[in-house]
Design a protein around this ligand. Structure first.
Ligand code: OGA
Ligand code: NI
Length: 362
C-alpha cells in the first residue's frame, strides 16, 4: 500500500494497541462482532473522509468484450478502447468478458463464507506471512506496523500461481471455487494481455511471453459495516504493485479512482469486472499505461466483499528484472525507469508515503 496519510506521532501507545488487535486474530470483523460503536484510534484518519460524491462526474469507461474473437472489426475497436482507457484512466470496467455469472457469485460467496465462519476455525489461518510459502493466509492489515492508519478491512490471500496449491492447503469453505475462479480469471487475463500488447503496437503474445501472467494472488477483501465511516478508510489510497488487477466487487460500492484531480466512483455493475493497471505495467510501458491511485471508503452498510486478482510474482521470491519494453522506446522516448526486480520493488512498497515507482525513475 502506498500511503498518503502521514499523521504526527500519536499521543498513545499505538504499537501496543496494534499488537493487541493483531493478537485477537479475528480482525475488524471481530471488533464489530464484539459490538464496538466507535472506531478505535488505530483506524482513525488524521482528517475525516468526505463521503459525499461530487456530481457530475466523468464516467469510467465500460468495455464490451462480446465477439472480439469472431469479429476482427470489433476486436480492433476494442483494442482502441483498451488503449484509451489505460492511457487516461488506468482503469475500466469489462462486460461480456466470458466469466460466467455463477462463478462470480460463488467466488463472492466463498470469500464471505470464509470470513463469516466460526472464529476459532478461521483463526487457524491467521498468519503474518505473505511470502507465498503459505498458500492461504487470513489477516487484517498486512502493513499494520508500517502505517499510521489501519484499514477497516480483513483479507484472505490465496497464492494461486506459479504452482497451483494443493487442495488441502486451501480452506474447505472456498477451496473449489478458488481453484475454478483462478483458472477462469487466468484465461481472461491471457486474452486481455493480447489486447493490451496489440494496443501497444506489439506482437499479441508479447506481455504474456514476458511473464506478466505467471504469478497470481487472489485476495478476498471483507469490509465489515462501520459505525463511523467518515473517521476511517476501507482501503486507504494506493496504487497496486502488480502488472494488472482484475477486481470483482459486490453491489455495495465504495471504490473510488483518482482521476483528473478528483475522486470518481466506480459504480458496481452486475456481472462486470473492473480492470486496472499496476505499477509494473506503468514501468514496462514507460508511463504509456498508468497505474492510478484508488481507495475504498468505509460504509455503514456492510459487509462489502470484493475479490482482487493481482497478477505479479512480486510477493514471491524472484529476481527476474523488468524494464521498459525496448520496442516502445526511441530517441524521443528514452527509458524512464531502470531495470527492477519485483522483489526489490516490493521492498519500497508500504509505508513510504510515495509511489515506489519514483524510486526506480532514471
Ligand atoms: C486492492 C483494492 C479494491 C476493493 O485490494 O488493492 O484496491 O474494491 N481493492 O476492494
Ligand atoms: Ni488496489
Amino acid at each position: 500500500m502506498v500511503l498518503s496519510d502521514t499523521s504526527i506521532q500519536p499521543d498513545y501507545d499505538r504499537k501496543a494497541e496494534l499488537i493487541a488487535f493483531d493478537e485477537t486474530k479475528s480482525g475488524v470483523k471481530g471488533l464489530v462482532n464484539s459490538g464496538v460503536t466507535e472506531v478505535p484510534r488505530i483506524f482513525r484518519l488524521s482528517s475525516p473522509e468526505n463521503l459525499t460524491s461530487q456530481q457530475p462526474q466523468p464516467t469510467l469507461p465500460t468495455i464490451d468484450l462480446e465477439r472480439i474473437n469472431e469479429d476482427p472489426i470489433r476486436r480492433k475497436e476494442v483494442i482502441r478502447q483498451v488503449k484509451d482507457a489505460f492511457e487516461s484512466w488506468g482503469f475500466f470496467q469489462m462486460v461480456n468478458h466470458g466469466m460466467p455469472v455463477n462463478v462470480l457469485e460463488e467466488m463472492l460467496k466463498g470469500v464471505r463464507d470464509f470470513h463469516e465462519q466460526d472464529t476459532e476455525v478461521k483463526k487457524q489461518w491467521y498468519k503474518r506471512d505473505l511470502s507465498g510459502k503459505t498458500r492461504f493466509v487470513y489477516l487484517s492489515n498486512f502493513d499494520i506496523s508500517a502505517t499510521h492508519v489501519a484499514n477497516w478491512r480483513d483479507s484472505c490471500y490465496c497464492f494461486m500461481a506459479p504452482n497451483s496449491p494443493q487442495p488441502h492447503e486451501l480452506p474447505p469453505v472456498c477451496r473449489d471455487i478458488l481453484l475454478e475462479y483462478s483458472k477462469q480469471v487466468t484465461k481472461l487475463v491471457v486474452c486481455l494481455f493480447e489486447l493490451m500488447s496489440e494496443a501497444l503496437g506489439l506482437d499479441p503474445n508479447h506481455l504474456f511471453d514476458m511473464g506478466c501472467a505467471a504469478g497470481l494472488s487472489v485476495v478476498g477483501q471483507y469490509y465489515p459495516s462501520c459505525p463511523q465511516p467518515e473517521l476511517t478508510a476501507g482501503t486507504r489510497d494506493h496504487t497496486d504493485n502488480d502488472f494488472i488487477t482484475i477486481l470483482l466487487q459486490d453491489l455495495i460500492g465504495g471504490l473510488k479512482i483518482f482521476y483528473q484531480n478528483q475522486w470518481i466512483d466506480v459504480p458496481p455493475i452486475p456481472g462486470a469486472l473492473v480492470v486496472n493497471a499496476g505499477d509494473y505495467l506503468q514501468l514496462i510501458t514507460n508511463d504509456k499505461f498508468v497505474s492510478s491511485k484508488h481507495k475504498v471508503v468505509a460504509n455503514k452498510v456492510g459487509p462489502r466483499v470484493s475479490v482482487a486478482s493481482f497478477f505479479t510474482t512480486g510477493m514471491m521470491d524472484t529476481s527476474k528484472v523488468y524494464e521498459p519494453i525496448a520496442e516502445l522506446l526511441s530517441e524521443d522516448n528514452p527509458a524512464k525507469y531502470r531495470g527492477t526486480a519485483p522483489k526489490e520493488y516490493t521492498a519500497y512498497y508500504g509505508g513510504k508515503g510515495l509511489s515506489p515507482l519514483l524510486h526506480f525513475k532514471i
